[in-house]
Design a protein around this ligand. Structure first.
Ligand code: UDX
Length: 452
């Protein structure tokens, strides 16, 4: 820890892997700059306190039933969490503020602010009533966060026209999406989600600032200045935050460390890494297609198949084609979770077949690993367009989860001149982002001084 500055920050992450990782990274950055850290978290998906002995953790009940806790409907989950956590969070925060009041002068630490995820919508009025500044942590790409507030309007006004439009044309209302991407996003956009978005917008605008943990000038040139105008609160970009303290110590799942010695045995830049993050699921038939796409290609592969990866699946082992499992021993490795940042850093990795969650996308760019894009939903569709069409550091599968398409994309990336050009562009992008982290590193986007 840097020399203590006598200030304490309260953090409250949304209990999803893609939100916990960046929040813990932020905690480490602030701690290294002298802040003491208190994390309030739900019982559901609780971060491992023992991995962070320098932080103080408080658990609050979240009221989720067993069925609710295993739902794949993220919107429903967020609604339930917002409804159930308001009162326990208020009690916990109020107690913390009172306990500071009763400390002796010597041990007194001022609680300087609350930092919580934009998806918590009850915290802004609460923080205001307690006179505590609230900063909003955001894990999306800036352009997605900024533009996604227009989705309810687009759904009302454009949905039918979009269905009749040329699907591959650019969606002018939400670049660089194509019409078919926008339609896919609007298809799942419901009224519940619309009113949730509205609350996120209002509470973000009322906050004391927004921290984009996984963004930086290089990756968000298109939208940072507009976001500053839209929100009219200070905006900090400190990303890619995982570069400050590499490692995945905030993993909710246990990583299978055997993949590292396995990678050690592979040739440089020969392995395709496959992972679809912590939430996305695939069907049994998609699992079979991916299996054969990987199996028929000439590249070794490391594939993350989470225990809950396959919807309504049997045990995953039963789902894999038998002949594929035989092939597997020769050329592939399947695990239920990896230390992903370490994997992407490994010299043997030559490509990443990804769902383009923003964390995975940024981690891949930071390590200069070109991507094959298979986005499933929401911001992933935008991230994938940036990767394949704006930065041109990846190949887009256009949603085709078919063995031949997957095999072909791997061949294009690893063996053809197109792949070489992609790798060169990725190397340049990696360098640019690396420089930005270095320059931004000491100032941490101005965050430390601003919070103080
Ligand atoms: C979610 C949303 O799905 C995504 O669209 C949004 O951009 C962020 O929140 P998730 O799907 O989990 O996130 O994907 P991603 O953002 O990529 O985050 C996954 C995190 O888990 C990454 O930090 C990755 O390093 C880590 N991970 C993933 C592992 O450590 N091991 C694994 O095996 C897989």
């Amino acid at each position: 820890m840097g020399k203590s500055n006598g200030l304490r920050v309260i953090l409250f992450p949304l209990p999803l892997q893609g939100c916990i990782n960046p929040m813990i990274q932020l905690a480490k950055i602030l701690h290294s700059r002298g802040f003491s850290i208190t994390v309030i978290h739900t019982r559901f998906n609780a971060p491992k306190a023992s991995s962070h002995p320098l932080f103080t953790f408080f658990e609050i009940p979240d009221g989720l039933s067993e069925t609710e806790a295993t739902t794949h409907d993220v919107t429903l989950l967020l609604m339930l969490l917002n409804r159930n956590c308001e009162s326990p969070f208020r009690d916990c925060l109020t107690k913390l503020l009172q306990s500071v009041d009763s400390e002796t002068e010597q041990e007194k630490q001022r609680i300087t602010c609350l930092i919580d995820d934009s998806g918590w919508v009850f915290t802004q009025p609460l923080a205001k009533s307690l006179n505590l500044p609230r900063l909003v942590l955001n894990t999306y790409k800036v352009s997605f966060f900024r533009n996604h507030f227009v989705l309810p309007k687009l759904r009302r006004e454009m949905y039918l026209a979009l269905q009749d439009s040329k699907q591959d044309d650019p969606a002018e209302e939400f670049p660089p999406l194509r019409n078919k991407d926008l339609l896919q996003i609007l298809d799942v956009e419901t009224e519940v989600l619309d009113s949730y978005s509205k609350m996120i917008l209002e509470t973000t605008k009322a906050s004391s600032g927004i921290i984009f943990v996984s963004s930086c000038e290089e990756l968000d040139q298109d939208s940072l200045s507009q976001a500053r105008e839209d929100f009219k609160v200070p905006i900090f970009t400190i990303g890619p935050s995982h570069s400050y303290f590499p490692g995945s110590s905030s993993s909710l799942f246990t990583p299978d460390e055997t993949c590292i010695p396995w990678l050690d045995k592979q040739e440089d830049k020969s392995v395709i890494y496959v992972s679809f993050g912590s939430i996305s699921t695939i069907s049994e038939s998609e699992l079979v297609e991916i299996s054969w796409g990987l199996g028929n290609s000439d590249q070794p592969f490391l594939w993350v198949v989470r225990v809950d990866s396959v919807v309504h699946g049997k045990e995953c082992v039963e789902t894999f084609p038998k002949e594929f499992i035989e092939k597997l021993n020769e050329r592939g490795k399947i695990v239920t979770w990896t230390p992903q940042q370490e994997v992407l850093k490994h010299r043997a990795i030559g490509g990443f077949l990804t769902h383009n969650g923003w964390n995975s996308t940024v981690e891949s760019v930071s390590e200069g690993v070109p991507m094959i894009c298979l986005p499933f939903q929401w911001d992933q569709l935008l991230n994938a367009r940036f990767v394949s069409e704006v930065w041109m550091v990846g190949i887009h599968l256009e949603g085709r989860i078919e063995r031949n398409e997957i095999e072909r994309a791997i061949t294009r990336l690893f063996l053809e001149t197109e792949g070489e050009a992609i790798r060169e562009r990725m190397e340049l992008l990696k360098e640019k982002v690396g420089r930005s982290v270095k320059q931004n590193g000491d100032r941490c986007g101005g965050l430390g001084s601003d919070i103080g």
